[in-house]
Design a protein around this ligand. Structure first.
Ligand SMILES: [Fe+2]
Ligand SMILES: [Fe+2]
Length: 135
């Protein structure tokens, strides 16, 4: 069983966004698996970089939609995204400096954050964006 399993209840009802969330979950699982396997540091570092890049890309996708359609919850949502990116950047920095002792703790935090963010914050835009025709 995967570290974080995609389930239908995680769907925000918008195919393109679900696809990105799945990809994000896949990277998190990949990191976890490699941590468990005690893979070389450069592999782990590489996955963290992918996670960082894809997270930023995904958040931009959402924020661009909020902007395009004038979504009310834009500021609040963007703030949450920013806080998470800062966490990932901090993790990336610490990891680069050889401080990977907390990696398991961090990956658990990431998993929980993503799950809660999709279930709570992301789902707040579902009805709004679907009504605007976003697929
Ligand atoms: Fe979001
Ligand atoms: Fe999202």
């Amino acid at each position: 069983m995967a570290f974080l399993e995609w389930e239908e209840n995680l769907s925000v009802g918008i195919k393109s966004i679900d696809k990105q969330h799945k990809k994000l979950i896949q990277i998190i699982n990949d990191f976890y698996d490699n941590l468990q396997k005690e893979s070389p540091e450069e592999i782990l570092l590489n996955i963290i970089e992918r996670l960082k890049e894809y997270t930023v890309y995904h958040f931009e996708t959402e924020e661009n939609l909020f902007e395009k359609y004038n979504f009310d919850g834009y500021d609040e949502h963007k703030k949450e995204h920013g806080e998470f990116v800062a966490k990932i950047e901090d993790f990336h920095e610490r990891f680069k400096n050889g401080k990977m002792l907390m990696a398991l703790e961090v990956v658990n935090f990431i998993k929980l954050w993503i799950f809660k963010h999709i279930m709570g914050t992301d789902k707040k835009y579902t009805a709004f964006l679907i009504e605007k025709g976003v697929e």
